[in-house]
Structures are given as C-alpha cells and as structure tokens.
Write a protein that binds this ligand. Structure first.
Ligand code: FES
Length: 223
C-alpha cells in the first residue's frame, strides 16, 4: 500500500514547501481533464491532506456570531507588516443578490455599507509564504475550494485592484486571466493592498472549467 509520500513521489522527510510543490504537479497530472481520472485525483488529494493535516486544523467556533461589515468598518483596518499584504474581499453571491457588477468602482465600500456578515465582505492579511486561500482560511473564512492545486477553479477570485500573478500551471485560459481572474490556491497578491471578489466560480466561462465538488464526493461514495 503506497504511503502518502509515495503518492506524491516524495521522500518521507520532505518539507512543507516540497510537499506543496509536489502536490501541485501531481494533482494536475491526475486531473480528469488532463489525462487522469477522478479516482486518481482523489488519491492525490487525500495524500496531500494526510501529510498537511498538522497545519490544517482550523478551530471554527460555530456558536460565535460573525462580525458584520458595519462592525468591521468601525474597527481600524489591520496594519500590514512589511511581509504582509492587505486584501479586501467581497463574496460574488452578494453582488448577484444586490444586482451589483464586478465593474462597480466602489464595490467594496457598497458591500461594507450593506451591513452583511463579515465573512461576505472584509479584510485579511496575507503572509509572505501564504496563498490567498490559506490566508482566508487562517482568518476563519469559508472560502470555496476543492483540489487546492490549480485544477478545479472552485477557488477562483476576480482581482479588482492590486496585482496578483496568474500562478505557474494555472488551468485558466488567457481570456479569463486577462479579465483579472486568478486561482486563490495558487498564489496571493504581490501588491501591498488588493481588492478581490471571491466565489466567482459561477462566472460565465469559469463554470465550464469547474469540476463540481459533488463529483469528488460521489467518487468517494463509490470507492
Ligand atoms: S481549489 Fe481547485 S483550483 Fe484552487
């Protein structure tokens, strides 16, 4: 029976950076749209999660009330250290509910004024070594993802302001990256500040690329 390190083709003493890099390579090979299969994809993802589970234990407190955007606006925004970047985020579903457009120039301010739960609009700090997805999770955000390896587009964000590289090996076509779409599991903004809309997986063009999470869940049930 292969160990998780065997699946990722790594030495057992490989460090976190090597694990992350190996996972990104392997998950692309295993992706059903790139010559692999759902089963192979799940084996790779499971191997990665088993190795990474030490730092993946987030303690969500289900009883605590989420801060609203109005409460958050009353607080001073966090001050980034030199090795951190400040990211403002808005949930795409909020745009859809309110009829707002990605091109609205004051989108973040409008979302803040809407006084919705803070996990739909807020700010987080991204450390040097973190992806945007990891930073959001560290901030106890519920941020969509499935593969964590650039292969499914569930974690896609639209970058409205600031700079965020595309990420090596991203499956996003040029037509999407030209519109500022990025995969939050593949990297983070490099500018001191950025504004992103997360949860854009249902944007026209992205939906076609997306592998639904339910597809993986069904394959797990079939195993
Ligand atoms: S979680 Fe699948 S591409 Fe980011």
């Amino acid at each position: 029976m292969p160990t998780p390190f065997d699946v990722l083709e790594l030495d057992p003493d490989a460090g976190p950076a090597a694990v992350e890099a190996a996972y990104r390579d392997r998950v692309k090979e295993a992706h059903p749209d790139h010559g692999g299969s759902v089963r192979e994809f799940l084996v790779v993802r499971d191997a990665y999660e088993r190795i990474a589970e030490g730092y993946d234990a987030l303690d969500h407190d289900a009883d605590s009330e989420p801060e609203t955007t109005a409460e958050a606006a009353d607080r001073e925004p966090p001050t980034p250290d030199p090795d951190q970047r400040l990211v403002r985020y808005v949930d795409y579903e909020l745009l859809q509910e309110r009829g707002w457009e990605l091109t609205d120039p004051d989108l973040f301010e409008k979302a803040q004024a809407a006084d919705v739960d803070g996990d739909r609009c807020g700010r987080c700090l991204v450390e040097d070594a973190q992806t945007l997805l990891e930073a959001a999770e560290a901030d106890e955000m519920v941020w969509p993802y499935a593969c964590r390896g650039g292969a499914c587009t569930n974690c896609a964000v639209a970058v409205l302001d600031g700079e965020m590289p595309t990420g090596a090996g991203s499956i996003l076509p040029r037509s999407m990256t030209d519109r500022g779409i990025r995969l939050s599991c593949m990297g983070a903004p490099v500018s001191d500040e950025a504004t992103v809309v997360f949860n854009v997986k249902h944007l026209p063009g992205l939906d076609d690329l997306r592998l639904p999470i339910s597809r993986f869940e069904q394959a797990e049930l079939d195993d």
